[in-house]
Design a protein around this ligand. Structure first.
Ligand code: NAD
Length: 258
Protein backbone atom coordinates (compact mmCIF):
# COMPACT_ATOMS: atom_id res chain seq x y z
CA UNK A 1 0.00 0.00 0.00
CA UNK A 2 1.32 3.46 -0.84
CA UNK A 3 3.21 5.42 1.80
CA UNK A 4 1.11 8.52 1.10
CA UNK A 5 -2.33 6.91 1.25
CA UNK A 6 -3.14 8.99 4.35
CA UNK A 7 -0.74 11.86 3.81
CA UNK A 8 -2.09 15.08 5.36
CA UNK A 9 -4.66 13.09 7.38
CA UNK A 10 -4.86 12.74 11.12
CA UNK A 11 -6.20 9.46 12.48
CA UNK A 12 -7.23 9.24 16.14
CA UNK A 13 -7.31 5.74 17.62
CA UNK A 14 -8.99 4.99 20.94
CA UNK A 15 -7.65 1.89 22.65
CA UNK A 16 -4.72 2.80 20.40
CA UNK A 17 -2.15 1.33 22.76
CA UNK A 18 -3.84 -2.11 22.66
CA UNK A 19 -3.26 -5.12 20.43
CA UNK A 20 -5.28 -4.12 17.39
CA UNK A 21 -5.06 -0.35 17.99
CA UNK A 22 -1.25 -0.29 18.04
CA UNK A 23 -1.01 -2.33 14.84
CA UNK A 24 -3.50 0.04 13.17
CA UNK A 25 -1.34 2.95 14.36
CA UNK A 26 1.87 1.45 12.93
CA UNK A 27 0.24 0.80 9.57
CA UNK A 28 -1.43 4.24 9.42
CA UNK A 29 1.94 5.90 10.11
CA UNK A 30 3.61 3.77 7.42
CA UNK A 31 0.89 4.98 5.02
CA UNK A 32 1.56 8.66 5.77
CA UNK A 33 -0.98 9.54 8.50
CA UNK A 34 -0.43 11.55 11.63
CA UNK A 35 -1.69 9.43 14.51
CA UNK A 36 -3.20 10.33 17.87
CA UNK A 37 -3.41 7.59 20.51
CA UNK A 38 -6.09 7.78 23.21
CA UNK A 39 -5.92 5.12 25.89
CA UNK A 40 -5.97 4.63 29.66
CA UNK A 41 -2.57 2.89 29.65
CA UNK A 42 -0.12 5.76 29.94
CA UNK A 43 3.06 3.66 29.84
CA UNK A 44 1.88 1.84 26.71
CA UNK A 45 0.93 5.15 25.06
CA UNK A 46 4.40 6.55 25.71
CA UNK A 47 6.18 3.44 24.41
CA UNK A 48 4.06 3.37 21.25
CA UNK A 49 4.27 7.11 20.52
CA UNK A 50 8.08 6.94 20.88
CA UNK A 51 8.18 3.96 18.51
CA UNK A 52 5.95 5.73 15.95
CA UNK A 53 8.07 8.89 16.10
CA UNK A 54 11.29 6.86 15.82
CA UNK A 55 9.90 5.33 12.61
CA UNK A 56 9.68 8.88 11.22
CA UNK A 57 5.98 9.44 11.84
CA UNK A 58 4.02 12.27 13.40
CA UNK A 59 2.32 10.94 16.53
CA UNK A 60 1.02 12.10 19.89
CA UNK A 61 -0.92 10.52 22.73
CA UNK A 62 -3.36 11.45 25.46
CA UNK A 63 -4.22 9.39 28.51
CA UNK A 64 -8.00 9.36 28.66
CA UNK A 65 -10.85 7.18 29.87
CA UNK A 66 -13.38 7.11 27.03
CA UNK A 67 -16.22 6.92 29.59
CA UNK A 68 -15.51 10.50 30.65
CA UNK A 69 -17.00 12.74 27.96
CA UNK A 70 -15.38 15.99 29.19
CA UNK A 71 -11.91 14.42 29.24
CA UNK A 72 -12.52 12.87 25.82
CA UNK A 73 -13.48 16.22 24.30
CA UNK A 74 -10.45 17.92 25.87
CA UNK A 75 -8.11 15.17 24.63
CA UNK A 76 -9.54 15.23 21.09
CA UNK A 77 -9.23 19.03 20.92
CA UNK A 78 -5.66 18.85 22.22
CA UNK A 79 -4.67 16.21 19.63
CA UNK A 80 -6.35 18.24 16.88
CA UNK A 81 -4.21 21.21 17.90
CA UNK A 82 -0.98 19.21 18.05
CA UNK A 83 -1.57 17.13 14.89
CA UNK A 84 -3.41 19.76 12.82
CA UNK A 85 -6.81 18.14 12.13
CA UNK A 86 -9.08 15.22 12.90
CA UNK A 87 -9.94 13.31 9.73
CA UNK A 88 -10.56 9.80 11.03
CA UNK A 89 -11.67 8.28 14.33
CA UNK A 90 -11.04 4.60 14.94
CA UNK A 91 -12.92 3.73 18.13
CA UNK A 92 -11.23 0.52 19.27
CA UNK A 93 -11.29 1.03 23.06
CA UNK A 94 -13.37 -1.79 24.44
CA UNK A 95 -13.62 -5.52 24.94
CA UNK A 96 -14.87 -7.74 27.74
CA UNK A 97 -12.35 -5.95 29.96
CA UNK A 98 -11.64 -8.94 32.15
CA UNK A 99 -15.27 -9.43 33.15
CA UNK A 100 -16.61 -12.99 33.53
CA UNK A 101 -18.44 -14.78 30.75
CA UNK A 102 -20.99 -16.82 32.70
CA UNK A 103 -24.26 -15.30 33.87
CA UNK A 104 -23.94 -16.33 37.52
CA UNK A 105 -20.57 -14.62 37.80
CA UNK A 106 -21.50 -11.26 36.23
CA UNK A 107 -21.93 -8.41 38.72
CA UNK A 108 -23.81 -5.13 38.17
CA UNK A 109 -20.45 -3.38 37.95
CA UNK A 110 -19.23 -5.81 35.28
CA UNK A 111 -22.25 -5.08 33.12
CA UNK A 112 -21.89 -1.31 33.57
CA UNK A 113 -18.16 -1.41 32.79
CA UNK A 114 -18.57 -3.29 29.51
CA UNK A 115 -21.52 -1.17 28.36
CA UNK A 116 -19.93 2.11 29.43
CA UNK A 117 -16.50 1.60 27.83
CA UNK A 118 -17.74 0.02 24.61
CA UNK A 119 -20.95 1.93 23.95
CA UNK A 120 -20.84 5.18 25.88
CA UNK A 121 -17.10 5.44 25.14
CA UNK A 122 -17.69 5.09 21.40
CA UNK A 123 -20.49 7.67 21.58
CA UNK A 124 -18.35 10.13 23.57
CA UNK A 125 -15.46 9.86 21.11
CA UNK A 126 -17.67 10.16 18.03
CA UNK A 127 -19.42 13.21 19.49
CA UNK A 128 -16.05 14.84 20.24
CA UNK A 129 -14.63 14.41 16.71
CA UNK A 130 -17.75 15.39 14.77
CA UNK A 131 -17.34 19.20 15.17
CA UNK A 132 -13.83 18.92 13.67
CA UNK A 133 -15.10 16.78 10.79
CA UNK A 134 -18.08 19.07 10.17
CA UNK A 135 -15.70 22.00 9.85
CA UNK A 136 -13.64 20.03 7.31
CA UNK A 137 -16.79 18.90 5.46
CA UNK A 138 -15.74 15.25 5.66
CA UNK A 139 -14.52 12.52 7.92
CA UNK A 140 -14.65 8.81 8.65
CA UNK A 141 -15.54 7.10 11.92
CA UNK A 142 -14.88 3.40 12.35
CA UNK A 143 -16.55 1.75 15.33
CA UNK A 144 -15.69 -1.66 16.79
CA UNK A 145 -18.40 -4.27 16.99
CA UNK A 146 -17.45 -7.98 17.11
CA UNK A 147 -18.58 -11.37 15.92
CA UNK A 148 -19.88 -11.57 19.51
CA UNK A 149 -22.31 -8.74 18.73
CA UNK A 150 -23.37 -10.25 15.40
CA UNK A 151 -24.20 -13.74 16.65
CA UNK A 152 -24.59 -15.57 19.96
CA UNK A 153 -20.91 -16.45 20.33
CA UNK A 154 -20.22 -18.78 23.27
CA UNK A 155 -16.75 -17.28 23.75
CA UNK A 156 -17.91 -14.01 25.30
CA UNK A 157 -20.70 -13.15 27.75
CA UNK A 158 -24.02 -11.33 27.66
CA UNK A 159 -22.61 -7.86 28.48
CA UNK A 160 -20.15 -8.04 25.58
CA UNK A 161 -22.82 -9.32 23.18
CA UNK A 162 -25.14 -6.51 24.30
CA UNK A 163 -22.49 -3.82 23.92
CA UNK A 164 -21.22 -4.96 20.54
CA UNK A 165 -24.77 -5.22 19.16
CA UNK A 166 -25.56 -1.75 20.52
CA UNK A 167 -22.55 -0.37 18.64
CA UNK A 168 -24.22 -1.44 15.38
CA UNK A 169 -27.34 0.61 16.22
CA UNK A 170 -25.16 3.53 17.24
CA UNK A 171 -23.22 3.27 13.98
CA UNK A 172 -26.29 3.23 11.73
CA UNK A 173 -28.14 6.01 13.54
CA UNK A 174 -25.08 8.23 13.66
CA UNK A 175 -24.36 7.58 9.98
CA UNK A 176 -27.85 8.83 9.15
CA UNK A 177 -27.39 11.97 11.21
CA UNK A 178 -23.94 13.08 10.01
CA UNK A 179 -24.01 11.91 6.38
CA UNK A 180 -25.11 15.33 5.16
CA UNK A 181 -21.83 16.75 6.47
CA UNK A 182 -19.74 14.29 4.45
CA UNK A 183 -19.01 12.19 7.53
CA UNK A 184 -19.18 8.39 7.16
CA UNK A 185 -19.69 5.99 10.06
CA UNK A 186 -19.06 2.26 9.68
CA UNK A 187 -18.47 -0.67 12.01
CA UNK A 188 -15.92 -3.44 11.81
CA UNK A 189 -16.90 -6.78 13.35
CA UNK A 190 -13.80 -8.95 13.84
CA UNK A 191 -13.78 -12.62 14.67
CA UNK A 192 -11.02 -13.88 16.95
CA UNK A 193 -7.68 -12.14 16.31
CA UNK A 194 -4.75 -13.28 18.41
CA UNK A 195 -3.29 -10.13 19.89
CA UNK A 196 -0.51 -10.62 22.48
CA UNK A 197 -3.26 -10.62 25.15
CA UNK A 198 -5.26 -13.41 23.50
CA UNK A 199 -2.42 -15.45 22.06
CA UNK A 200 -1.50 -16.95 25.44
CA UNK A 201 -5.12 -17.93 26.04
CA UNK A 202 -5.32 -19.68 22.66
CA UNK A 203 -1.96 -21.41 23.10
CA UNK A 204 -3.10 -22.73 26.49
CA UNK A 205 -6.15 -24.39 24.94
CA UNK A 206 -6.03 -28.13 24.22
CA UNK A 207 -5.30 -29.15 20.64
CA UNK A 208 -8.92 -30.40 20.38
CA UNK A 209 -10.30 -27.00 21.48
CA UNK A 210 -7.98 -25.17 19.10
CA UNK A 211 -9.11 -27.44 16.27
CA UNK A 212 -12.75 -26.72 17.15
CA UNK A 213 -12.11 -22.97 16.82
CA UNK A 214 -10.34 -23.42 13.49
CA UNK A 215 -12.87 -25.92 12.12
CA UNK A 216 -15.62 -23.33 12.63
CA UNK A 217 -13.79 -20.98 10.26
CA UNK A 218 -14.38 -21.85 6.58
CA UNK A 219 -10.92 -20.49 5.70
CA UNK A 220 -9.53 -23.05 8.24
CA UNK A 221 -6.86 -20.89 9.86
CA UNK A 222 -6.34 -18.18 12.42
CA UNK A 223 -5.93 -14.72 10.85
CA UNK A 224 -2.93 -12.42 11.05
CA UNK A 225 -3.56 -9.12 12.92
CA UNK A 226 -2.93 -7.29 9.68
CA UNK A 227 -6.02 -8.97 8.22
CA UNK A 228 -8.12 -6.90 10.61
CA UNK A 229 -5.99 -3.75 10.32
CA UNK A 230 -6.32 -3.51 6.53
CA UNK A 231 -10.17 -3.67 6.48
CA UNK A 232 -10.29 -1.03 9.26
CA UNK A 233 -8.06 1.27 7.21
CA UNK A 234 -10.16 0.58 4.11
CA UNK A 235 -13.18 1.97 5.99
CA UNK A 236 -11.03 4.88 7.18
CA UNK A 237 -9.81 5.70 3.67
CA UNK A 238 -11.27 7.39 0.61
CA UNK A 239 -11.50 3.95 -1.02
CA UNK A 240 -14.76 3.49 0.89
CA UNK A 241 -16.02 7.01 0.10
CA UNK A 242 -19.63 5.91 -0.69
CA UNK A 243 -19.94 3.39 2.14
CA UNK A 244 -21.66 4.44 5.34
CA UNK A 245 -23.84 2.87 8.03
CA UNK A 246 -22.57 -0.60 7.26
CA UNK A 247 -20.79 -3.36 9.14
CA UNK A 248 -17.80 -5.22 7.74
CA UNK A 249 -17.49 -8.78 9.08
CA UNK A 250 -13.85 -9.91 9.23
CA UNK A 251 -14.10 -13.47 10.48
CA UNK A 252 -12.94 -15.89 7.75
CA UNK A 253 -16.58 -16.84 7.17
CA UNK A 254 -17.27 -18.06 10.73
CA UNK A 255 -20.45 -15.96 10.82
CA UNK A 256 -22.22 -15.25 7.55
CA UNK A 257 -25.13 -12.82 7.88
CA UNK A 258 -28.31 -13.42 5.87
N1 NAD B 1 -8.88 -9.14 19.37
C1 NAD B 1 -10.00 -9.71 18.99
O1 NAD B 1 -10.07 -10.91 18.71
C2 NAD B 1 -11.27 -8.90 18.85
C3 NAD B 1 -12.39 -9.50 18.26
C4 NAD B 1 -13.56 -8.76 18.11
C5 NAD B 1 -13.60 -7.44 18.53
N2 NAD B 1 -12.50 -6.89 19.11
C6 NAD B 1 -12.61 -5.50 19.56
O2 NAD B 1 -11.51 -4.78 19.06
C7 NAD B 1 -11.18 -3.73 19.97
C8 NAD B 1 -9.68 -3.81 20.29
O3 NAD B 1 -9.43 -5.10 20.83
P1 NAD B 1 -7.96 -5.60 21.24
O4 NAD B 1 -7.98 -7.07 21.06
O5 NAD B 1 -6.94 -4.77 20.58
O6 NAD B 1 -7.99 -5.30 22.81
P2 NAD B 1 -6.82 -4.84 23.78
O7 NAD B 1 -7.29 -5.19 25.17
O8 NAD B 1 -5.50 -5.34 23.32
O9 NAD B 1 -6.85 -3.26 23.62
C9 NAD B 1 -7.85 -2.45 24.18
C10 NAD B 1 -7.24 -1.14 24.57
O10 NAD B 1 -8.28 -0.31 25.11
C11 NAD B 1 -7.78 0.38 26.23
N3 NAD B 1 -8.89 0.74 27.10
C12 NAD B 1 -9.60 -0.08 27.92
N4 NAD B 1 -10.52 0.62 28.59
C13 NAD B 1 -10.39 1.91 28.19
C14 NAD B 1 -11.06 3.11 28.53
N5 NAD B 1 -12.04 3.13 29.45
N6 NAD B 1 -10.69 4.25 27.92
C15 NAD B 1 -9.68 4.25 27.01
N7 NAD B 1 -9.00 3.14 26.67
C16 NAD B 1 -9.36 1.99 27.23
C17 NAD B 1 -6.81 -0.62 26.89
O11 NAD B 1 -5.88 0.05 27.75
C18 NAD B 1 -6.18 -1.28 25.68
O12 NAD B 1 -4.98 -0.60 25.31
C19 NAD B 1 -12.10 -3.92 21.18
O13 NAD B 1 -13.20 -3.06 21.04
C20 NAD B 1 -12.53 -5.37 21.06
O14 NAD B 1 -13.77 -5.62 21.68
C21 NAD B 1 -11.34 -7.58 19.28
Amino acid sequence: MSTDRFSGKCILITGGAGGLGSQIARTAIAQGASVGILDTNEAAIQTLVSELKASGGNAAGEKVDVRDSKSVTAAVNQLAKVLGSVDVLIAAAGGSLGTPRDLDDISDDDFDLVLDVNVKGTFNCARAVIPHMKKAGKGSIVTFSSIGGRSASPVTGVPYATAKAAILGLTRRLAKEVGEFGIRVNAIAPGLFLTDRLEGMFNDMSKADQDEVIDAIPLRRMPKLQECVDPVLFLASEESSFITGTVLDVNGGRMMPN
